[in-house]
Design a protein around this ligand. Structure first.
Ligand code: ZN
Length: 177
């Protein structure tokens, strides 16, 4: 099937699609169990890998994470020009929403080189050990956030993960071009 053109898109992202949760879930509210989120991610991964292959699946997870990070920046984070305030806002939002505990280990904005860690990560903390890093969606998410804040393009790579035996996920981010 050919990709949808701009005019005939059915699923173009909009923050409104997340819905009015207080109206829609008066009894159950905004929370769900984390297994449900992971169930969806791993079901998508399995089916996508069978249909598209591993590399394409990883690429789509990265791009979806990137879109989510850019939208999160626009819709959740208060605007600021100050990098430490941006980090503080991001840390608070990620913690409040139960996404993870972010720390910035290194931030060289001159060269565009950062190292960040996410502990108790939504995507991977507690997973069985695998021989690869799993948080590709998070890589894209962080890239989307950083690009939205700096207006520079970043390549983000997870270098340590719960799945590779570390107790925190560590990501390098480097400006590209
Ligand atoms: Zn990880």
């Amino acid at each position: 099937m050919p990709p949808s053109t701009d005019e005939n898109r059915k699923y173009r992202f909009s923050w409104d699609l997340l819905g009015n949760i207080s109206v829609g879930r008066p009894n159950l509210g905004a929370q769900t169990r984390l297994e449900v989120y992971r169930l969806m991610q791993f079901a998508f991964r399995d089916v996508m890998e069978q249909k598209l292959g591993t590399e394409q699946t990883d690429q789509l997870f990265y791009e979806a994470g990137y879109l989510a990070g850019a939208e999160f920046f626009k819709n959740v984070l208060p605007p600021t020009d100050d990098f430490s305030q941006f980090v503080a806002n991001l840390q608070a939002a990620l913690k409040d929403m139960g996404i993870g505990i972010l720390r910035v280990e290194k931030a060289d904005l001159e060269t565009g080189s950062l190292v960040v860690t996410v502990s108790e990560d939504l995507d991977c903390s507690g997973l069985p050990e695998l021989d690869f890093e799993i948080c590709i969606y998070d890589e894209g998410f962080i890239a989307g956030l950083l690009e939205s804040y700096t207006e520079a393009r970043f390549k983000v790579k997870e270098v340590d993960c719960w799945c590779t035996g570390d107790r925190t996920c560590r990501f390098t981010a480097e400006v590209i071009d």
